[in-house]
Write a protein that binds this ligand. Structure first.
Ligand code: ADE
Ligand code: ZN
Length: 341
């Protein structure tokens, strides 16, 4: 008989708050799009692509992630990519997603901002109509390009305030501190975008503090190393600043040696508003529920922990209080149904 924690993972409605749409590009689609768009890849087969996904650190992954993106050319490609993700996570009972996209690397290869955004938003609209999945889009600035480049993306985003909810920051972390992007974050906040940032993945607790203090972020993406600083843990707990953690990603990028080292249980026990997410599921080999299952087993999480993490996914979201409550009520009624069955 299946245990309750595992049924809860399979059946509870949940939100995903840390997901790069470009990181959902499955090798099969990469090969198809390369053919359709006549893009040369250094791989002949899907198996060869998969074999290349053996990463020793974040940068190792990023090199392949940016290479993979090169097959995305038309609005239809961005639609197909996003729609494929929504179909997969609908089966995981996802009901809300806050999705990152990285326009700068696409713009750098001559793809227009509106082509990228148009394909993604069209698929999100179909996802809402067909599956009832709600969404918010977060545009990430990439740290490996200069701040001026980020300003170009921000200019484009300002024409799409209805479609883009927030701004984030991702890509290479070590050696590029948050203060490098302080001006563009300030400008984005002045334009009404909600700020978040990838910090403390390979970087330090001090990077997390700097992003909170200078970039005014409302949510910490990853934040593993925040747990190295007891005072920061108290601050994050007191303010209930959410952390979007990605256990399989951490393991595959060697941020942790194995899943039993994931800081998720430690964060839960410290009263942090921690959530489970997939980051780049195609590259790391696990979508949302795979991440829940992986930590449930390796950290021995019980029924209560799974319910807390699922509820945290909505509490940590940027949904309105009304929408949050509606989603939390759905979780509660599904929990009762599972416990009674
Ligand atoms: N871009 C896509 N995934 C990322 C990650 N895990 N860290 C930093 N940048 C990323
Ligand atoms: Zn990420």
């Amino acid at each position: 008989m299946k245990n309750i924690a595992s049924s809860l993972i399979d059946l509870l409605p949940k939100a995903e708050l840390h997901l790069h749409i470009e990181g959902t590009l499955e090798p099969e689609m990469m090969m198809q799009l390369a053919k359709r768009n006549k893009v040369e890849l250094p791989y002949e087969t899907v198996e060869e692509v998969r074999q290349a996904y053996d990463f020793s650190c974040l940068q190792d992954f990023l090199d392949l992630y940016y290479l993979g993106m090169s097959v995305l050319i038309t609005e239809q490609d961005f639609f197909d990519l996003t729609w494929a993700y929504l179909q997969k996570v609908h089966r995981d009972r996802l009901t809300h997603v806050e999705m990152f996209f990285d326009p700068q690397p696409h713009m750098d290869r001559g793809i227009e901002f509106d082509v990228v955004l148009g394909g993604i938003t069209h698929a999100l609209e179909v996802g809402r109509k067909e599956f009832g999945i709600t969404s918010k889009l977060i545009m990430c600035f990439v740290r490996h390009l200069p701040e001026e480049h980020a300003f170009t993306a921000l200019d484009c985003a300002c024409n799409h305030k209805k479609e883009i909810f927030g701004v984030g920051m991702d890509s290479t972390e070590v050696g590029i501190p948050p203060r490098t992007f302080q001006r563009v974050f300030k400008a984005a906040v002045n334009q009404g975008f909600i700020p978040v940032a990838h910090v403390g993945e390979e970087g330090t607790a001090d990077d997390v503090k700097e992003a909170l203090d200078l970039l005014k972020i409302k949510r910490v993406d990853h934040g593993n190393h925040a747990l190295d600083d007891a005072k920061l843990v108290v601050r994050l707990s007191k303010d209930q600043t959410p952390l979007t953690m990605c256990p399989i990603s951490n393991w595959r990028l060697k941020v942790i040696d194995d899943l039993s080292q994931s800081p998720i249980k430690k964060a839960l026990d410290a009263g942090l508003l921690v959530t489970i997410n997939s980051d780049d599921p195609s590259y790391f080999g696990g979508y949302l529920n795979d991440n829940y299952r992986a930590v449930q087993q390796s950290l021995n999480l019980d029924e209560k922990d799974i319910i807390t993490l699922t509820k945290n996914s909505f509490k940590a979201s940027f949904l309105s209080d009304y929408e949050k409550q509606r989603q939390l009520d759905r979780v509660d009624s599904q929990v009762s149904r599972i416990q009674q069955s």
